[in-house]
Ligand binder design. Structure first.
Ligand code: ADP
Ligand code: ZN
Length: 804
């Protein structure tokens, strides 16, 4: 008995429509509709796309009138049951519409219309019913070419393995097809043509001879030209006479770095690595979900542990999902993984074109891949049978998506690990406080690597007090100490990495004489400078004050905006060290595809002495000849308008220090700062993560911040400033009556960027103890807000990382 109703999530992203709708499956579509497929359904006055999430035998209620599915857009499901379940969970968890989550999980390319390539397999059985398929072997077709009956047969034969069906996107989306020709199978036609040919038509005669030798076969234009020397005009003539038929054959696109890697041998694990490895493998063998926090100093060989564990899992027939921050997905890293896993690797990163990304996705979906390496969105890779998930640099902010749906890839990774009963490794030299605290509680198993692998040692870190350095020379970015060490390195042909920490949004005020940064009295956070309204604001609670002209701490009048760009530093470098060869690495210089890879390659081949860059230089780079790392402005991270400011500073300094002394020669780090006594800098200097963790946890507890509290940001907006102010105040009053007494409510306050795209934003912040204690109430709030007429919107953000 066929299910006769399908539950469909329709492509109408509103609160009212955020639920499955029941549609009837018309008899001509029986068998064709499967869970995880996209369908076209009537909705209101129009037709929309929708995802089938369930098939049922019975109508949910007799009273409702049910419309029928109009057509099926897929021949095979684009989402498996795991990803469907995940979408439901995620929609709830991040307060997003299910349809938005479903569309996000799929590659962009799939929102397009597409075609199919049918390939018959040796097991194909020819009979009356399947006869039409014989002509379609290797052909690009559209679903609309077939009757429902034919489509059902294709679907069945596909399931039986008699043929394969592959989706192709159309050209305009950048799928790389190449022109190809299929020679007719009709020899009589060709013989006839040969007889009728004019005597001087040499080219056509040649084509016919070739065609008769290769009846029914397909060749790309390139192959054909190479084999026969025919002109494209002749080929066109062949097409117009029916000897050939034009095909679009897909060209396989693979990201460059994965190609032709020499095989890299495994290193013998040291004792600590071996212990970590064994615990992970045991969890895998027991087929249990077990999160591990792999806390290992930079260069301690975490990656080697990941790779060898992954190899074991692949050997045992399961698959591996390996997440790295975008910034760490360097060609170096990709080469390293590819060299161990060869063609079984798929790589997903933002440098891929939509077409390349889609091709990699399809290889994964077809099961051609056993290891997926990628940045944030790769967490949705359609791998089945996952045996291990790795989240490298688990503390990285980039795992958090900043737009709706605001998922966190680390959380999704843990969810998928649980679904597959697989171990999940969260690895970092500087774990997020949240993860480290979970390990403390025993929720994660803590694995530690405390020594650098091989013979390398951690570099010594010197902190330079810029308040003294700048006393005589105000304008320079280079202290005499740093300058001297750079010169020494250049003379001895060693290399230097310079970090200029720059976060686009953190403009703040700092006293150049004492390092003082204005903080707000409620939250003790650095306040953000707003030049438009000439004030300082707290991004957390909205506290606002004037810009001081005199430093309240030391009375100096040199209290001012703090910030500089890489370009400016590069110019200064040129002046003070004209002989140095510098490669600049920032968003401007790496925008072009391949330019980052090129810059790193050049640096690796020692075509430059100095690599000067933003955060990009802090992650994952492994250049043995780098013996000096300079941090030009350690204070920028301290000025972040965020309770994570110290944590980010500590992480950044530790990570960038990790770039020094990875080879034979010992490394050295120089940190320039206006706040030399700051604990984040002091702990980083001693490479003391555990010390930092304990100190910072106390501050978080006192300040009632995560991980002691969970936070929710309620963001409201409207085109009219008054309207949003009034409604937000109402919401706050309502929350106060509904929420438990121990929930802390901050605000409402206008948001730091109060006006964006003509909308005015406000926020309310909640702090509370149990992760989901307010979820039901917040869902209710969303429902209530929907009823407000006009342009008012409410957006709920769980665990916000920034407060813009
Ligand atoms: P991490 O990921 O912790 O920063 P890596 O895995 O990149 O560390 O290792 C740092 C360096 O040490 C690399 O050059 C790597 O080849 C080397 N290494 C790792 N494990 C070993 C080992 N067991 N024996 C020798 N060298 C090792
Ligand atoms: Zn505040």
């Amino acid at each position: 008995m066929n299910p006769i109703y399908a539950q469909v999530i329709v492509d109408v992203p509103t609160q009212q429509t955020n639920q499955p709708y029941t549609y009837a499956i018309p008899t001509n579509l029986f068998d064709l509709v499967q869970v995880g497929m996209r369908v076209k359904v009537p909705f209101g006055k129009r037709d929309v796309m929708g995802f089938v999430v369930n098939l049922i035998d019975q109508k949910p209620s007799d009273r409702i009138q049910i419309k029928a599915i109009q057509s099926v857009m897929d021949l095979v499901p684009v989402l498996n049951s795991e990803l469907l379940t995940l979408s439901a969970h995620l929609a709830q968890d991040v307060f997003a519409f299910r349809i938005s989550v479903l569309k996000m999980i799929l590659p962009n390319a799939l929102s397009a219309t597409y075609q199919y390539l049918i390939q018959l397999q040796p097991t194909f059985i020819l009979n009356d019913e399947s006869q039409f398929l014989q002509e379609l072997d290797q052909q690009v077709v559209q679903l609309s070419d077939f009757t429902s009956r034919q489509r059902r047969l294709i679907s069945t034969l596909n399931q039986q393995g008699q043929l394969t069906v592959e989706m192709l996107i159309q050209d305009r989306l950048g799928i790389k097809t190449q022109r190809a020709y299929q020679i007719t199978a009709d020899d009589d036609l060709l013989v006839q043509a040969q007889l009728n040919l004019r005597a001087n038509a040499h080219q056509q005669s040649q084509l016919l001879a070739f065609a008769r030798q290769n009846l029914g076969q397909a060749f790309t234009q390139k192959e054909l030209v190479e084999m026969t020397d025919l002109s494209s005009g002749t080929l066109r003539a062949g097409v117009s006479k029916g000897w050939l038929q034009v095909l679009a054959v897909e060209k396989l696109r693979r990201p460059q770095e994965t190609m032709n890697q020499a095989h890299e041998a495994n290193l013998a694990l040291n004792e600590q690595q071996q212990q970590a490895f064994e615990k992970i493998i045991t969890a895998h063998q027991n087929h249990t979900y077990q999160p591990f926090l792999l806390e290992g100093i930079t260069g301690s060989g975490k990656t080697e542990v990941y790779l060898q564990a992954a190899q074991q899992i692949v050997q045992d027939g399961r698959t591996v999902l390996f997440l790295v921050p975008e910034i760490a997905l360097t060609p170096q890293m990709i080469r390293r993984v590819s060299s161990r896993f060869g063609s079984g690797v798929a790589v997903l990163h933002s440098g891929l074109s939509e077409g390349e990304r889609y091709d990699e996705w399809r290889r994964i979906q077809r099961g051609d891949v056993n290891v997926v390496v990628g940045a944030r969105s790769a967490v949705f890779a359609p791998l089945t049978n996952i045996g291990l998930i790795i989240v490298d640099e688990e503390h990285e902010v980039s795992y958090q998506q900043q737009d709706n749906p605001r998922y966190n890839a680390r959380q999704v990774a843990l969810w998928r690990g649980e679904y597959h009963h697989a171990p999940v490794i969260l690895g970092s030299a500087t774990p997020s406080l949240e993860s480290r605290a979970r390990a403390q509680k025993g929720l994660y198993q803590l694995l530690t690597l405390t020594k650098r692998a091989g013979d390398a040692h951690l570099p010594t870190v010197q902190v330079v007090d810029m308040r003294e350095s700048l006393a005589d020379n105000q304008e320079t970015n280079f202290s005499p100490e740093l300058k001297q060490k750079i010169i020494e390195r250049i003379q001895t042909h060693q290399q230097v990495v310079l970090l200029l920490n720059r976060r686009g949004f953190s403009s703040f005020v700092m006293c150049r004489d004492c390092g003082y940064v204005p903080r707000d009295p409620n939250c003790n956070l650095a306040m953000t400078l707003h030049l438009d309204s000439h004030c300082l604001k707290c991004h957390y609670c909205g506290y606002q004050t004037t810009i001081p002209h005199r430093c309240p701490q030391c009375q100096s009048n040199r209290i001012r905006y703090y910030g500089t760009g890489t370009e400016k530093v590069a110019r200064e470098l040129e002046q003070i060290l004209p002989e140095a060869r510098v490669i600049r690495l920032d968003q401007d210089t790496t925008r072009k595809k391949g330019s980052l890879a090129k810059a790193l390659q050049d640096f690796g081949q020692q075509k430059a002495d100095i690599l000067l860059g933003t955060q990009m230089v802090a992650k994952g780079l492994d250049f043995p000849n780098v013996t000096l790392v300079g941090v030009l402005n350690a204070d920028t991270a301290l000025g972040l308008p965020d309770f994570h400011a110290s944590e980010r500073t500590f992480q950044l300094l530790t990570q960038v220090s990790g770039r020094a002394g990875r080879g034979q020669t010992a490394g050295e780090v120089v940190v320039q700062t206006f706040n030399p006594e700051h604990y984040a800098i002091a702990f980083a200097q001693k490479h003391d993560y555990e010390g930092f963790y304990r100190y910072e946890m106390r501050l978080r507890q006192v300040g009632q911040y995560p991980p002691y509290y969970y936070t929710i940001q309620i963001q409201t907006s409207d085109l009219d400033e008054n309207v949003v102010a009034v409604h937000t105040a109402q919401i706050t009053r309502w929350l106060k009556t509904q929420l438990k007494k121990d929930v802390i409510i901050l605000g409402p306050s206008p948001q730091p960027i109060a006006k964006l795209k003509k909308r005015y934003y406000f926020q309310i912040l909640l702090k509370f103890k149990k992760p989901h204690e307010n979820d039901a109430l917040l869902q209710e709030l969303i429902q209530l807000a929907q009823q407000i007429k006009g342009n008012f919107q409410v957006n709920i953000v769980r665990n916000p990382l920034t407060f813009m």
